[in-house]
Design a protein around this ligand. Structure first.
Ligand SMILES: Nc1ncnc2c1ncn2[C@@H]1O[C@H](COP(=O)(O)OP(=O)(O)OP(=O)(O)O)[C@@H](O)[C@H]1O
Ligand SMILES: [Mg+2]
Length: 113
């Protein structure tokens, strides 16, 4: 099992959700976050004063999947989120040792899917 964490542009969330839906990936956790990547944010002038804005709004997706859904999930995120411009986002893939559905106490592959 893998835990896929993706940071995407907020305005691409609907496109990513549609692509995930088409790939039959329905379970996800979505959080509004702030962050910065290799551009370290940007500067903005407000009332003549230059401010460094180094934390930009992003959306964080967390999707736990069985091995056969890893590639379809990653492909769907890229398809929905990619514009080719800086800030498109990033995907982190982590090994997931265990998952438990609390209601039934099922574990592992049965609990995740
Ligand atoms: N190494 C990292 N560790 C933790 N979070 C990161 C890391 N890189 C990116 N992020 C998160 O992902 C978001 C999107 O990153 P972003 O797409 O700007 O990556 P990038 O490496 O700067 O690539 P690009 O040059 O395409 O912008 C960041 O705002 C931040 O929240
Ligand atoms: Mg960046």
């Amino acid at each position: 099992m893998k835990l896929i964490i993706a940071m995407i542009q907020p305005h691409k969330l609907q496109d990513v959700k549609k692509a995930l839906y088409d790939a039959e990936v329905y379970k996800m956790t979505v959080t509004n976050v702030v962050g910065c990547g290799q551009q370290k944010g940007y500067t903005e002038t407000y009332r003549g004063v230059v401010h460094e804005v180094n934390l930009l709004k992003k959306v964080r997706l967390e999707i736990a999947v069985n091995e056969d859904f890893v590639k379809p999930t990653i492909d769907a995120i890229i398809q929905g989120a990619k514009t080719g411009r800086i800030g498109d986002g990033k995907i982190f893939i982590l090994d997931l040792p265990q998952c438990i559905r609390i209601r039934t106490e099922e574990t592992g592959n049965t609990a995740i899917g």
